[in-house]
Design a protein around this ligand. Structure first.
Ligand SMILES: C[S@@+](CC[C@H](N)C(=O)[O-])C[C@H]1O[C@@H](n2cnc3c(N)ncnc32)[C@H](O)[C@@H]1O
Length: 256
């Protein structure tokens, strides 16, 4: 039985995507900042922040956190994680990542799990122009899984996570709906088992693939960012292409 959208049910989303080692990922952010940022970082923004899995770790390391997302339920779930004392260091906005403005300039920007949901070239330009506008010169934009290094970009994956008696099976499938526009339809399905009952949540979104060479041409065209590099699996010793299967690649660019 389908019981709703994934982003309206953040509790199950949070379990499904809890396979990440968050402190280790924040270590990688800090390594990137130390190596490549030209400015000190005191505040960060996460685009498509959802339930903000990195929020607690970032706050504990002293950063001010900004997050933008389209889903009120996801933002509310993120806000509920924050203690009263920390609330003044957290700013969550219901905004679209293809057209957003923030009231303050940002030192470090990041986007996780291939969440760069643009559907065409103009949204792609608008997204990077909005990031360029909000990021301070010398600041980094860190992208997780957003550039597609395989020309056959269709994908299928599934995994199971468990937390406090709730088991969530996740199925993800991306299939081309328009090869000229490089447009895929991504379907995410969660099957949650809790108290001997099953609930199914699903989300279908269109997503334009971004290939490496067009990404570099886009950066040249925009002239607002320097390309810093891309690495496999969050590991700075594995510069791409490398010899291993490409998995969760990260890409870093810096605002000029
Ligand atoms: C896969 S989740 C990632 C959530 C979180 N960043 C994480 O690491 O778990 C993708 C998120 O992007 C949000 N999203 C999708 N399209 C968006 C858009 N155009 N602007 C802002 N947020 C968007 C969804 O609401 C969802 O919360």
């Amino acid at each position: 039985m389908t019981t709703g959208g994934i982003y309206e049910n953040p509790k199950y989303y949070d379990i499904a995507f809890s396979f990440r080692d968050i402190p280790q990922e924040v270590d990688v952010f800090e390594k990137a900042i130390k190596k490549y940022s030209k400015i000190q970082v005191t505040n960060v923004v996460e685009l498509g922040c959802g339930t903000s899995p990195h929020l607690g770790e970032l706050l504990s390391r002293g950063y001010v956190y900004h997050g933008i997302d389209l889903s009120s339920s996801m933002l509310e779930f993120a806000r509920e994680k924050v203690s009263k004392e920390d609330l003044e260091r957290v700013h969550l906005y219901k905004e679209d990542m293809t057209a957003f403005h923030l009231p303050t300039k940002i030192d470090f920007c990041f986007i996780m799990l291939g969440s760069l949901y643009v559907q065409n070239r103009s949204e792609l330009y608008n997204h990077f122009e909005a990031v360029a506008d909000v990021l301070k010169p010398g600041g980094l934009y860190f992208l997780d899984w957003c550039i597609n290094f395989s020309p056959i970009a269709e994908y299928e994956d599934s995994w199971v996570m468990e937390k406090e008696g709730v088991t969530v099976e996740t199925q993800v499938k991306g299939q081309y709906i328009n090869k000229v526009e490089q447009l895929l339809e991504e379907k995410i399905k969660l099957i949650a088992s809790e108290n001997q009952s099953k609930k199914t949540f699903s989300e279908t979104k269109k997503k334009r693939m971004i290939f490496p060479q067009e990404f570099l041409i886009l950066l040249d065209y925009l002239d607002s960012f320097e390309f810093i590099g891309w690495w496999n699996n969050w590991d700075f010793t594995q510069e791409l292409p490398g010899k291993k299967t490409i998995e969760r690649p990260i890409t870093i660019i810096r605002k000029k």
